[in-house]
Write a protein that binds this ligand. Structure first.
Ligand SMILES: [Fe+2]
Length: 340
């Protein structure tokens, strides 16, 4: 299986992974032959990439932090939790245990998930994806399991305050007016208020909810905290939240490729994020996903088949229509010039 941007998909190619809508129903099943009509509809719905099966990618296995099934169930559970009258901490704790089990079963897997999102369920999907990525990153930071779970709960709930923001603002395709932006910025505090009577919730989890939009240089919200005034879990929350948002399709723009998102985040080190923490994060995320179709400086096209967790910038690439693999870790004069 391999990943292709929709503009590079040819009609007749076979879909390798189902595409779900926000309610968890299958829009297009695996094995479906993609037609011009389907591709047009997917583009209209805001999807920019699909997983396809082509003869030369049949044995490329994509290992990720979370299975499609686990993600689908988690999104449904989060939706229930966010919309319930009172906070069900038991349900939150159980869900986070399940996601942690799943992530821990994937030893040596880079921070990669299939973070497909749609407009109506964006917040629930983003909550699950952020939780999962945060567990993967926290594991790389060697947090002990008890603290890691508190981080994960914080990330699962970080945007719960968005339930107080009207849908017209949340799903607005264009730019916010100053009033709308102000309203959006109330969500960390609104989340904190929604959670304040939940005695089981750790202050560490609350820090993620309240501080995930604070910025290292003090230009964030709600409190404009600076540097180490921001709790380490708030700092991690900020990084994970921006990474997942940038690498997801939004109503107002298609997703950034990981290498583009990495460049943005590197540029924001020391301004939006702690430089030290961002360095660690950048060592944990690959600029090219396993399964990505890439063009090399040799003019050859291939599929990323492996990424070393110690050298994420230099993947191994299997050329299309050939058994040859280029290992960029050793073939240092070859670079990736384009992600297709
Ligand atoms: Fe947020």
């Amino acid at each position: 299986m391999r990943i292709l941007n929709i503009e590079h998909v040819e009609s007749g190619m076979v879909l390798a992974r189902p595409i779900y809508d926000g309610a968890g129903s299958i829009l297009l099943g695996a094995g479906v032959e993609l037609t011009v009509g389907y591709l047009g509809r997917l583009t209209e719905l805001g999807y920019s990439q699909v997983y396809v099966e082509t003869p030369e990618s049949l044995d490329v296995e994509i290992r990720e932090l979370m299975s499609d099934e686990m993600r689908r169930q988690s999104i449904a559970t989060v939706k229930k939790i966010f919309n319930a009258k009172s906070l069900d901490f038991e349900a939150i704790s159980r869900l986070v245990d399940d996601i942690m089990d799943e992530v821990f079963a994937t030893r040596g897997v880079i921070l990669q998930i299939f973070n497909l999102k749609d407009r109506d369920s964006y917040t629930y999907q983003h909550s699950v994806d952020a939780c999962c990525l945060g567990i993967g990153f926290g594991r790389r930071l060697q947090l002990d399991p008890i603290r890691l779970k508190k981080l994960a709960i914080g990330l699962l709930l970080h945007d719960i305050g968005k339930v107080t923001i009207p849908d017209e603002i949340l799903n607005k395709p264009g730019k916010f007016t100053p009033e709308e932006y102000k309203k959006m910025q109330t969500h960390p505090m609104a989340g904190w208020h929604l959670l304040k009577d939940c005695d089981d919730l750790s202050p560490l989890s609350r820090a993620v909810v309240l501080q995930h939009h604070e910025k290292w240089d003090g230009t964030g919200y709600p409190a404009g905290l600076k540097g180490d005034e921001i709790h380490p879990f708030g700092q991690i929350g900020a990084i994970i939240e921006v990474w997942d948002a940038l690498t997801s399709d939004r109503v107002y723009r298609p997703k950034f490729q990981p290498h583009e998102a990495l460049e943005y985040m590197m540029g924001s080190a020391g301004r939006h994020f702690s430089a030290d923490l961002i360095k660690k994060f950048l060592r944990s995320v690959p600029p090219y996903k396993i399964g990505a179709t890439v063009k090399l400086s040799t003019g050859e096209i291939g599929v990323v088949v492996a990424v070393d967790t110690e050298a994420t910038m230099r993947p191994r690439v299997r050329l299309l229509d050939s058994p040859i693999e280029r290992d960029l870790a050793t073939e240092i004069d070859i670079t990736v010039t384009e992600v297709l």
